[in-house]
Design a protein around this ligand. Structure first.
Ligand code: BGC
Length: 329
């Protein structure tokens, strides 16, 4: 063996050992009960809360986190943000179990579906208060819910679509996850709004698993199978974006109406270009911000309403400023 290949071989073995050690270290870190929670001294803080989102690096959840961190700072709370890298109910549940096994004063999470989340929330709530944010598990004993009235939000989307399409549209729906409570409610509310409209037909419903790439793929497939579709409704933050990407690539000049959810910068950009006509605006920062105060009030024995609905409205192209003053949160 030449000197060069011995060096390359040794280097390869060293890299392999480093990778294995890291995998074992981080695997152990994830499985053990308290290590992902900050080991910071609690002396500097009054309370220790944890927010477990559907997906860590999702722009929508970063807004919820930003609002919550702002309130946490104002109230001397240590707030940790821990959850699945990519939406995954099993990892979400495992994270909640792990957080519940640690000594924290309050937990915020979604009640994504009743089968998986309700029993766990009920178990946790025996020792740690749980507030559901963004998505409620109303059948659980969570102490409160703060977020959009998701059925109403879906209803608003349906009414906006009727108005904008003059009551004539073949609609396809791309939902984040059809098993999640809030996504079902957003679809049900929409169906209720359009049910008496003779000219509106729902042609297909597909899931994106809250990925913009999958939303684009599903929208493309729908159009290939149902060329008569001329309107899309995306029920979670990245769905409208995925649909818009597909339209810009395959349907130019576009004949398709799109209504999405949320006011993420990408959505606003597509609205400025006219690819997305309308979106349902939620208030993720407000949800995060107010949830902290609710938890503090609860711990301190003050009154906390069991349901707090944040505002929901329809934003149309004409309401979007030409530059970044609003919407680009
Ligand atoms: C929903 C969140 C979801 C996000 C996904 C939002 O519209 O309210 O629950 O995680 O979309 O991108």
């Amino acid at each position: 063996m030449s000197k060069l290949s011995i060096t390359a071989y040794t280097f390869g073995i060293i890299c392999f050992i480093i990778c294995c050690s890291m995998a074992i270290f981080y695997g152990f870190k994830f499985l053990s009960n308290d290590v992902t929670l900050e080991e910071e001294s609690m002396e500097d803080y009054k309370y220790h809360f944890v927010l477990v989102p559907e997906e860590l690096d999702n722009d929508y959840w970063r807004l919820v986190e930003a609002g919550a961190q702002k309130a946490a700072k104002e109230h001397n709370v240590l707030l940790e943000y821990i959850g699945p890298e990519q939406a995954d109910n099993d990892i979400h549940i495992k994270t909640l179990e792990k957080v519940a096994a640690a000594k924290v004063d309050g937990i915020f999470t979604q009640g994504l579906n009743n089968e998986q989340f309700t029993p766990l929330i009920n178990q946790i709530v025996e020792k740690i208060p749980v507030i559901t944010v963004d998505t409620d598990a109303s059948s659980s004993n969570r102490v409160a819910y703060i977020g959009t009235d998701n059925y109403y939000a879906g209803y608003l989307a349906g009414k906006a679509l009727i108005e904008d399409t003059k009551g004539k549209a073949n609609v396809a729906i791309i939902a984040g996850n059809l098993e999640a409570n809030h996504q079902q409610q957003r679809v049900d509310g929409f169906k209720e709004a359009v049910k008496d409209e003779q000219g509106i037909e729902i042609i297909a419903i597909e899931e994106s698993k809250i990925s913009r790439v999958r939303a684009a793929e599903k929208a493309y497939l729908i159009l290939s199978e149902h060329p008569e579709v001329n309107a899309f409704y995306g029920t979670s933050a990245l769905d409208g974006i995925g649909i818009a990407r597909m339209i810009e690539k395959y349907d130019q000049p576009s004949r398709i109406y799109v209504i999405g959810f949320d006011t993420l910068p990408e959505t606003i950009d597509y609205m400025r270009k006219g690819t997305i006509e309308a979106t349902v605006a939620q208030e993720p920062e407000e949800m995060g911000y107010k949830s902290i105060k609710m938890m503090i009030n609860l711990i301190e024995g003050k009154y906390v309403p069991s349901i707090v609905h944040t505002n929901t409205s329809i934003l149309r192209v004409k309401d979007v400023p030409l530059n970044d003053e609003k919407g680009d949160k």
